[in-house]
Design a protein around this ligand. Sequence first.
Ligand code: SF4
Ligand code: SF4
Length: 277
Amino acid sequence: MEKEKIIKKLEKEISEEEIEKAKRNDHARRKPRACGFTVHIAKGCDANCLYCYVNTKPKLIDISPKALLYALLLNPKFEVGRSFVAIGAICEPLDFPDYTKEFLDEITKLGNPVQISTKEVNYNLAKTLRRVDALVSMCSAVDEICKKFEPKRPLPSERLEFCKEIKGGVFLRPILPNVSLKDHFKSLEIIADFTDRVILGNLRLSKEVRRKLGIKELPKKYFEIKRKLEDYAKDLGLLVYRSACCSNAYRHNVVCWNKCWEKGFCSSCPNACWEKV
Ligand code: SF4
Ligand code: SF4
């Protein structure tokens, strides 16, 4: 269905008050990022993962899932069926499972490549999550290590079982300098039993994260270590992505939104974007 028709249909389903709120919502205006349109169903999180820069109380967005979709559709840059959508930054979307489920159920009707990142486990959402590129995120797949950095989220062993159930990928992030290379390798060995793909994410160091992790800067060999992990993961038979949009492209069998194959972020996955364009 054309964008205008979907907008008109939604206008009949949501209240006038919600329509006005949605028009003022920043999803109606924000520019897409490299990974696509970031959708924030909430802001803030109180899980206090040690490497995380999010430090405000979680607050759900003040419009309904349908109104949020409406706001996104009002965005002149959003293309139905084409624009990539990424959910899961600056909050934990599965802390709001009913809202997230309803929003995913609505947005998947448009046929856009949708990706969601989560550290939570909720089998009630499994069916919905199987329809999108679901990334199960963790800093290590080794329970004892992960627990130190992500004390309030389920153990990675539980998350990985869930990941298998929803046919998700693993977002191994951030790659922490506090974890030894041997333990990172172990982590990848565990992950390889539960998924076909892994994304290796960078650590972002804010002042507070530096303090919480007790490190001043990224070690000089940080990116060398990441390359070693990439090679090791490939040897284990995993598809390795340097960028989250590639997983979304692969999962939906479409060309990478960020044109990673032209920018040095391509790991030559079976999606073979250069053949699709
Ligand atoms: S669960 Fe996610 S958003 Fe919440 S503190 Fe941990 S990394 Fe940050
Ligand atoms: S072929 Fe390259 S650019 Fe395309 S999705 Fe795969 S890794 Fe990304």
